[in-house]
Design a protein around this ligand. Structure first.
Ligand SMILES: [Mg+2]
Length: 391
């Protein structure tokens, strides 16, 4: 299996959130931060960037460059909420997610072409999911390693998608300025410039020994490798997930119990599959429903016994949904499992019927692993009869 790493970076994140929350700001030069005396710009919308405004610029300078700019205070709590939604989506696309900041992460998507048909379609679907759910564009780079993925996500910002394939590592970065190399600061850049190097390819065309003399052994070898597009670092998911959940935002609002239950069945299959992949079981099941006016309803329950069965997740979602007031025009549904149990704890409760079910899920999962996650889900949704299995 070939390694593919994705770098996702939200476009002008803080400014975009402001533009989503207040439609009057769309298409206008929005500058978040720098509103107070001696303040510094946190994020400028692309409309403001046209005037030369960028992050870390003193607010006074930004005002001079873009007097018509709309300066807004930083609303960290709100950005954190949106960030949490984005990271929930990331977790649906990869079990290995490494956050870099509030709006940026590496995802190891090796092997995901089986589930999403291709690397390209995986990236497109992720972009669409984020846009549909949050209203914000993301730029994505996919490459054989972290270094190239990060470079790729930046190449076509905003709303960019660039894929660097295996075999294109070296050629994809040959023409780039040296400052793009990870670890090349102003000082190193100046030294390289003095050696006559301008582009990444100049390093490879030069002599490794003169590079070592100028920069020292360690930096020289590091740059020599990067210039060839080599980077062995793994995606490191820094924390063990406390919950596993899936959310779906619908292109058109949905209503009616039957349709809602069909969606929950789909969500239960996704969450169940992910739990089994991670070999954990959840005791607490939660649902989320958001209506067209963005009111969000949640309900959760702790079961007597932990589960990773689609059928139990689905039935629980059904029970929880019935506790909500009657909702029309639902734009989002979510299902989450949390409160995980240790594997040792599980075996104590095994009985014959459960062992049978476990075998069934093992068979389903091996098919899913072979042919992609959707193969069985789709069949089940098309064939309504099968739904009776769950009721
Ligand atoms: Mg960003």
């Amino acid at each position: 299996m070939k390694r593919y790493i994705m770098h996702v970076d939200m476009d002008a994140f803080f400014a975009s959130v402001e533009q989503v929350d207040n439609p009057e700001l769309r298409g206008k030069p929005v500058i978040v931060g720098g509103d107070k005396a001696r303040g510094v710009v946190c994020t400028a919308s692309y409309e403001a960037r046209k005037y030369g405004v960028h992050s870390a610029m003193p607010g006074i300078q930004a005002k001079r460059l873009c007097p018509q700019g709309i300066f807004l205070p930083v609303r960290h709590e709100r950005y954190k909420q949106v960030s949490a939604e984005i990271f929930t989506i990331f977790a649906e696309f990869s079990p290995k997610v490494e956050p870099l900041s509030i709006d940026e992460a590496f995802l190891d998507i090796s092997g995901m072409d089986k589930i999403y048909k291709s690397i390209n379609s995986c990236a497109r679907q992720l972009k669409e999911r984020i846009l549909l759910q949050t209203g914000i564009h993301a730029s994505i780079g996919v490459a054989p390693n972290k270094f190239l993925a990060k470079i790729a996500s930046d190449l076509k910002k905003p709303d960019g998608l660039v894929i660097i394939r295996h075999g294109q590592e070296q050629s994809s970065i040959a023409q780039l300025p040296l400052g793009k190399l990870w670890g090349v600061g102003q000082k190193t850049a100046l030294k390289l410039h003095n050696m006559g190097y301008r582009q990444v390819k100049d390093i490879l065309q030069g002599n490794i020994n003169s590079l070592k003399n100028a920069l020292g052994e360690k930096t020289a070898v590091h740059l020599w490798q990067l210039a060839q597009g080599i980077d062995e670092r793994e995606v490191e998911s820094s924390h063990i997930a406390k919950s596993i959940g899936n959310e779906e935002t619908y292109a058109e609002d949905i209503s009616g119990e039957e349709i809602v239950m069909e969606k929950f069945l789909h969500l239960a299959e996704k969450v169940g599959w992910r739990l089994r992949q991670k070999q954990i079981k959840a005791r607490t099941i939660s649902i989320k429903a958001r209506t067209d006016d963005f009111t969000t309803y949640t309900r959760s329950i702790t079961l007597p016994e932990s589960t990773d069965f689609d059928s139990v997740l689905y039935k629980t979602a059904q029970t929880l949904f019935k506790q909500l007031p009657v909702l029309n025009k639902i734009r989002l549904l979510g299902l989450t499992g949390s409160n995980f149990t240790e594997p040792a704890e599980m075996s104590l409760f095994n009985d014959v019927s459960k062992i049978k079910q476990e075998k069934l899920y093992k068979a389903i999962d091996s098919l899913k692993n072979k042919f992609g996650e959707n193969i069985i889900t789709k069949a089940k949704l098309i064939n309504r009869q099968k739904k009776d299995d769950y009721s």
